[in-house]
Design a protein around this ligand. Structure first.
Ligand code: HEC
Length: 105
C-alpha cells in the first residue's frame, strides 16, 4: 500500500512538472499586458464586441490558434486584426500566453 502511494505521488509530481514546462502563467500574464492583448481581449480575457473571449479556453487550442495567426493563417472572420499581434511571438511566448489565458475564468 505504501509503495502504491509513492507511485501515485510520483505521477502527480511528473504531471505537475509537465504542466509547468508547457507554459509559465506569470510570464504569460506579463506578456499579455506588455503586448497589448489586454487592449482588445480585456484585462480578464473576457473579450468585447468582435474580440473573442480568450479566458478559460484549452491551453493547447489557444497555442495552436496563436501559431496559426503567427503563420498568417485565417482562423475566423477577423483574423487580419489578430495576425500582427501574433507575428513577433516566440514559441515560448505562445506557450506562456496560452497557459495564462487558460488560467483565467
Ligand atoms: C487589435 C485588437 C487585438 C489585439 C491587440 C489582440 N487581439 Fe487577439 N484577437 C482579436 C480578434 C479580432 C480576434 C478574432 C480573429 C478571427 O476572427 O480569427 C482575436 C483572436 C484571438 C484568439 C483566438 C480566440 C479563439 O478562441 O479563437 C486568441 C487566442 C487571441 N486573439 C490572443 C491574443 C493575444 C495573446 C494577444 C496579444 C499578443 C492578442 N490576442 C492581441 C483582436 C486582437
Amino acid at each position: 500500500m505504501k509503495k502504491l502511494m509513492l507511485v501515485a505521488a510520483g505521477i502527480v509530481m511528473a504531471t505537475g512538472m509537465a504542466t509547468a514546462h508547457a507554459g509559465d502563467v506569470e510570464a504569460g500574464e506579463a506578456k499579455y499586458a506588455a503586448s497589448g492583448c489586454v487592449g482588445c481581449h480585456g484585462p480578464t480575457g473576457q473579450g468585447q464586441a468582435i474580440f473573442p473571449k480568450v479566458a478559460g479556453s484549452d491551453a493547447e487550442r489557444l497555442a495552436d490558434t496563436l501559431t496559426k495567426y503567427r503563420a498568417g493563417e485565417t482562423v475566423g472572420p477577423n483574423s487580419a486584426m489578430m495576425m500582427p499581434h501574433a507575428m513577433n511571438l516566440s514559441d515560448e511566448d505562445i506557450a506562456n500566453l496560452a497557459a495564462y489565458m487558460a488560467s483565467l475564468e
